[in-house]
Design a protein. Sequence first.
Length: 229
Amino acid sequence: MQTTTGHVQEIVWGPEGLQAAWITCPPTSLPAPGQYLSAWSPEEPLAPLAATLFAGEILSDRFLALPPLPSSWQPGTQLALRGPLGHGFDPPETSRRIALAALGQSCRRLIPLALQMLERGSAVALFTDAWFPPLPAALEANPLNHLSEALPWADFLAVEVDRTTLSRLRKGLGLHPADRLPVPAQALYLADMPCAGLAACGACWTPARRGLLYACSDGPVFNLDDLEW
Ligand code: FES
């Protein structure tokens, strides 16, 4: 796995009061939508854990790393970047109507997929009650309780969940316990990933149809059908 050098270019404070950061890096280190990086500052060799970086926006030579981030990172901080890591979103090539749903406090990890699909010419609708940054006019934003109405329209569904919100997904989609999803669906599963797959610590497990899966290495994006939900 490649480790490259990046730099904190700019610190951004959102309305949530949380810190994000634009990070410059080689193009080969840019995460695809849903992938992540493991990052640490060589200037802080005693820092206990590397940070897990998900992107809220991806440009050709930088990405917006979403919180939580170490408060010690400042513009100019040098970073060692391991990755990109894990499996990202992989919508079918034929998908033209994309529904995105975030059930938790943030929807920003879905935005890179939304922008990618808009560029492809797909129609994209976002369902969330979380704050989101200014979005292109072509991206339709809706309250989360309208999600079930999107199922007959969408030909691909992407959701951002964690262990708690995954248990609410079936109700949010208006599905009964035995119902199957009528469209292909993938889930970005958020979990603490302290070793990012290096030491197989087991912290990021999620119940799956066949045993357990690990967000850091099997995900963090899964086919929703592979998870227990
Ligand atoms: S983070 Fe350690 S096994 Fe996934």
